[in-house]
Write a protein that binds this ligand. Structure first.
Ligand code: FPP
Length: 241
Protein backbone atom coordinates (compact mmCIF):
# COMPACT_ATOMS: atom_id res chain seq x y z
CA UNK A 1 0.00 0.00 0.00
CA UNK A 2 1.38 3.41 -0.87
CA UNK A 3 1.49 5.78 2.03
CA UNK A 4 1.53 9.56 2.21
CA UNK A 5 5.15 10.62 2.52
CA UNK A 6 5.67 13.40 4.95
CA UNK A 7 7.89 16.44 4.49
CA UNK A 8 10.58 16.62 7.16
CA UNK A 9 9.55 18.92 10.00
CA UNK A 10 13.15 19.42 11.03
CA UNK A 11 16.21 19.50 8.75
CA UNK A 12 19.66 19.94 10.28
CA UNK A 13 22.75 20.76 8.25
CA UNK A 14 26.46 20.32 8.84
CA UNK A 15 27.74 23.10 6.58
CA UNK A 16 31.13 21.65 5.73
CA UNK A 17 33.72 22.56 3.10
CA UNK A 18 34.14 26.34 3.31
CA UNK A 19 37.90 25.94 3.80
CA UNK A 20 38.30 23.58 0.83
CA UNK A 21 36.17 25.89 -1.30
CA UNK A 22 38.50 28.76 -0.36
CA UNK A 23 41.57 26.71 -1.23
CA UNK A 24 40.07 25.64 -4.54
CA UNK A 25 39.24 29.25 -5.41
CA UNK A 26 42.56 30.62 -4.08
CA UNK A 27 40.94 32.97 -1.58
CA UNK A 28 41.23 33.27 2.21
CA UNK A 29 39.38 30.88 4.51
CA UNK A 30 37.31 33.79 5.84
CA UNK A 31 36.24 34.55 2.26
CA UNK A 32 35.19 30.90 2.06
CA UNK A 33 33.08 31.33 5.20
CA UNK A 34 31.57 34.48 3.70
CA UNK A 35 30.50 32.46 0.66
CA UNK A 36 29.15 29.89 3.12
CA UNK A 37 27.08 32.55 4.78
CA UNK A 38 25.61 33.55 1.40
CA UNK A 39 24.71 29.90 0.73
CA UNK A 40 23.11 29.68 4.17
CA UNK A 41 20.93 32.73 3.47
CA UNK A 42 19.55 31.06 0.34
CA UNK A 43 18.86 27.79 2.15
CA UNK A 44 16.95 29.59 4.92
CA UNK A 45 14.71 31.18 2.28
CA UNK A 46 14.22 27.89 0.48
CA UNK A 47 13.41 25.96 3.67
CA UNK A 48 10.85 28.61 4.57
CA UNK A 49 9.20 28.48 1.12
CA UNK A 50 9.10 24.67 1.31
CA UNK A 51 7.25 24.85 4.61
CA UNK A 52 9.95 23.24 6.71
CA UNK A 53 9.24 24.20 10.29
CA UNK A 54 12.68 23.78 11.88
CA UNK A 55 16.06 24.38 10.24
CA UNK A 56 19.23 23.88 12.27
CA UNK A 57 22.72 24.75 11.05
CA UNK A 58 26.05 23.84 12.63
CA UNK A 59 27.87 27.18 12.49
CA UNK A 60 30.60 26.88 15.12
CA UNK A 61 31.57 23.87 17.19
CA UNK A 62 33.29 23.77 20.57
CA UNK A 63 36.26 22.30 18.65
CA UNK A 64 36.42 25.25 16.22
CA UNK A 65 38.21 27.35 18.87
CA UNK A 66 41.36 25.48 17.84
CA UNK A 67 41.42 27.41 14.55
CA UNK A 68 43.51 30.56 14.08
CA UNK A 69 42.40 33.74 15.81
CA UNK A 70 41.95 35.31 12.41
CA UNK A 71 39.56 32.61 11.23
CA UNK A 72 37.60 32.48 14.51
CA UNK A 73 37.32 36.29 14.56
CA UNK A 74 36.27 36.21 10.90
CA UNK A 75 33.45 33.73 11.52
CA UNK A 76 32.05 35.81 14.40
CA UNK A 77 32.37 39.01 12.34
CA UNK A 78 30.31 37.26 9.66
CA UNK A 79 27.68 36.47 12.25
CA UNK A 80 27.50 40.18 13.15
CA UNK A 81 27.27 41.03 9.44
CA UNK A 82 24.57 38.39 8.89
CA UNK A 83 22.42 39.71 11.73
CA UNK A 84 22.96 43.30 10.58
CA UNK A 85 21.90 42.62 7.01
CA UNK A 86 19.27 39.89 7.46
CA UNK A 87 17.49 40.35 10.78
CA UNK A 88 14.81 42.75 9.56
CA UNK A 89 13.87 40.49 6.64
CA UNK A 90 13.98 37.31 8.71
CA UNK A 91 11.77 38.87 11.31
CA UNK A 92 9.28 40.24 8.78
CA UNK A 93 9.10 36.70 7.36
CA UNK A 94 8.07 35.48 10.83
CA UNK A 95 11.34 33.55 11.31
CA UNK A 96 12.42 32.93 14.88
CA UNK A 97 16.10 32.57 15.72
CA UNK A 98 17.32 30.22 18.44
CA UNK A 99 20.89 29.54 19.50
CA UNK A 100 21.96 26.04 20.51
CA UNK A 101 25.16 26.29 22.52
CA UNK A 102 26.74 28.56 25.09
CA UNK A 103 26.89 31.77 23.10
CA UNK A 104 28.11 33.83 26.05
CA UNK A 105 31.27 31.79 26.71
CA UNK A 106 34.39 33.03 24.83
CA UNK A 107 32.24 34.53 22.06
CA UNK A 108 33.29 38.11 21.14
CA UNK A 109 31.09 40.79 22.73
CA UNK A 110 29.91 42.21 19.38
CA UNK A 111 28.65 38.76 18.36
CA UNK A 112 26.91 38.23 21.72
CA UNK A 113 25.17 41.59 21.30
CA UNK A 114 24.03 40.66 17.76
CA UNK A 115 22.76 37.29 18.95
CA UNK A 116 20.80 38.86 21.79
CA UNK A 117 19.27 41.34 19.36
CA UNK A 118 18.28 38.52 17.00
CA UNK A 119 16.77 36.45 19.83
CA UNK A 120 14.84 39.42 21.20
CA UNK A 121 13.62 40.74 17.83
CA UNK A 122 12.28 37.37 16.69
CA UNK A 123 10.99 36.12 20.06
CA UNK A 124 7.29 36.30 19.12
CA UNK A 125 7.70 34.79 15.62
CA UNK A 126 6.13 31.42 14.99
CA UNK A 127 7.14 30.73 11.39
CA UNK A 128 10.36 28.95 10.47
CA UNK A 129 12.37 28.18 13.61
CA UNK A 130 15.97 28.81 12.58
CA UNK A 131 18.40 27.27 15.04
CA UNK A 132 22.07 28.19 14.93
CA UNK A 133 24.35 25.70 16.70
CA UNK A 134 27.08 28.01 17.92
CA UNK A 135 29.85 27.17 20.36
CA UNK A 136 27.99 23.87 20.31
CA UNK A 137 29.19 20.36 21.06
CA UNK A 138 26.81 17.49 21.59
CA UNK A 139 28.77 15.77 24.36
CA UNK A 140 29.04 19.06 26.26
CA UNK A 141 25.28 19.47 25.73
CA UNK A 142 24.62 16.03 27.22
CA UNK A 143 26.97 16.65 30.17
CA UNK A 144 25.15 19.93 30.82
CA UNK A 145 21.78 18.14 30.69
CA UNK A 146 22.97 15.47 33.15
CA UNK A 147 24.12 18.20 35.56
CA UNK A 148 20.76 19.99 35.27
CA UNK A 149 18.92 16.73 35.97
CA UNK A 150 21.22 15.94 38.92
CA UNK A 151 20.40 19.37 40.38
CA UNK A 152 16.67 18.63 40.07
CA UNK A 153 17.15 15.31 41.88
CA UNK A 154 19.23 17.05 44.54
CA UNK A 155 16.61 19.74 45.20
CA UNK A 156 13.85 17.12 45.36
CA UNK A 157 11.89 18.28 42.28
CA UNK A 158 12.65 15.05 40.40
CA UNK A 159 12.84 11.40 41.49
CA UNK A 160 15.55 9.24 39.85
CA UNK A 161 12.77 6.86 38.74
CA UNK A 162 11.21 9.70 36.72
CA UNK A 163 14.30 10.09 34.53
CA UNK A 164 13.25 8.96 31.05
CA UNK A 165 14.05 9.84 27.42
CA UNK A 166 11.74 12.86 27.58
CA UNK A 167 13.53 14.22 30.64
CA UNK A 168 16.91 14.02 28.91
CA UNK A 169 15.46 15.64 25.76
CA UNK A 170 13.85 18.44 27.76
CA UNK A 171 17.19 19.35 29.33
CA UNK A 172 19.16 19.61 26.09
CA UNK A 173 19.59 22.91 24.21
CA UNK A 174 16.83 21.66 21.90
CA UNK A 175 14.55 21.16 24.92
CA UNK A 176 12.48 23.44 27.13
CA UNK A 177 14.78 26.45 26.85
CA UNK A 178 14.28 26.64 23.07
CA UNK A 179 10.63 25.61 22.85
CA UNK A 180 11.21 21.85 22.49
CA UNK A 181 12.58 21.49 18.99
CA UNK A 182 11.68 18.04 17.66
CA UNK A 183 14.48 15.63 16.76
CA UNK A 184 15.80 16.18 13.22
CA UNK A 185 14.12 14.04 10.57
CA UNK A 186 16.97 14.63 8.16
CA UNK A 187 20.61 15.59 8.67
CA UNK A 188 22.52 16.82 5.62
CA UNK A 189 26.30 17.03 5.51
CA UNK A 190 28.14 18.63 2.62
CA UNK A 191 31.71 18.22 1.34
CA UNK A 192 31.83 14.44 1.14
CA UNK A 193 32.52 13.80 4.85
CA UNK A 194 30.25 11.19 6.39
CA UNK A 195 30.27 11.64 10.15
CA UNK A 196 28.34 13.51 12.85
CA UNK A 197 31.26 15.41 14.40
CA UNK A 198 29.63 15.86 17.80
CA UNK A 199 26.40 17.26 16.34
CA UNK A 200 22.98 16.38 17.85
CA UNK A 201 24.12 12.92 19.02
CA UNK A 202 21.09 12.27 21.20
CA UNK A 203 18.62 13.91 18.84
CA UNK A 204 19.91 11.98 15.79
CA UNK A 205 18.82 8.57 17.13
CA UNK A 206 16.29 8.05 14.31
CA UNK A 207 17.40 10.72 11.83
CA UNK A 208 17.91 9.97 8.18
CA UNK A 209 21.20 11.13 6.65
CA UNK A 210 22.06 12.65 3.31
CA UNK A 211 25.62 13.28 2.20
CA UNK A 212 26.71 15.28 -0.80
CA UNK A 213 30.12 16.01 -2.27
CA UNK A 214 29.19 19.66 -2.84
CA UNK A 215 31.27 22.04 -0.78
CA UNK A 216 28.96 24.16 1.38
CA UNK A 217 29.41 27.46 -0.57
CA UNK A 218 28.38 25.56 -3.73
CA UNK A 219 25.30 24.01 -2.14
CA UNK A 220 22.23 25.41 -3.86
CA UNK A 221 18.53 25.66 -2.99
CA UNK A 222 17.87 23.24 -5.90
CA UNK A 223 20.15 20.60 -4.39
CA UNK A 224 18.50 21.14 -1.02
CA UNK A 225 15.08 20.62 -2.58
CA UNK A 226 16.27 17.47 -4.36
CA UNK A 227 17.62 16.00 -1.13
CA UNK A 228 14.40 16.79 0.74
CA UNK A 229 12.32 15.29 -2.08
CA UNK A 230 14.43 12.13 -1.99
CA UNK A 231 13.97 12.00 1.79
CA UNK A 232 10.19 12.11 1.30
CA UNK A 233 10.37 8.81 -0.60
CA UNK A 234 12.19 6.99 2.20
CA UNK A 235 10.41 4.53 4.41
CA UNK A 236 11.17 5.28 8.04
CA UNK A 237 10.41 2.57 10.55
CA UNK A 238 11.79 3.97 13.81
CA UNK A 239 12.85 0.50 14.89
CA UNK A 240 9.46 -1.04 14.08
CA UNK A 241 8.67 -3.18 11.05
C1 FPP B 1 32.89 24.27 8.03
O1 FPP B 1 33.77 24.40 6.95
C2 FPP B 1 32.28 25.54 8.35
C3 FPP B 1 32.43 26.22 9.51
C4 FPP B 1 33.28 25.74 10.61
C5 FPP B 1 31.79 27.53 9.72
C6 FPP B 1 30.45 27.70 9.12
C7 FPP B 1 30.19 29.12 9.03
C8 FPP B 1 29.46 29.73 8.11
C9 FPP B 1 28.66 29.05 7.05
C10 FPP B 1 29.47 31.21 8.15
C11 FPP B 1 28.22 31.87 8.50
C12 FPP B 1 27.55 31.44 9.73
C13 FPP B 1 26.80 32.27 10.45
C14 FPP B 1 25.92 31.72 11.51
C15 FPP B 1 26.76 33.70 10.18
P1 FPP B 1 35.32 24.14 7.18
O2 FPP B 1 35.97 25.46 7.45
O3 FPP B 1 35.51 23.11 8.25
O4 FPP B 1 35.74 23.59 5.79
P2 FPP B 1 36.94 22.61 5.47
O5 FPP B 1 36.63 21.32 6.16
O6 FPP B 1 36.91 22.50 3.98
O7 FPP B 1 38.19 23.26 5.98
Amino acid sequence: MSEVKKMPAHVAIIMDGNGRWAEKNKVSRVTGHNQGMLAMKEIIKKADIMGIKYLTVYAFSTENWKRSQEEVGGIFSLLVKFVGSELAELSSNNVRVHILGDYTDRVPQAAVASIEKALETTRANDGLQFNIALNYGSRAEIVRAVKKIAEQVKDGSLEPEQIADEVISANLYTGDENGNIPDPDLIIRTSGEERLSNFLLWQAAYSEFAFTDSLWPDFTPEEFENIVTEFCSRNRRFGGR
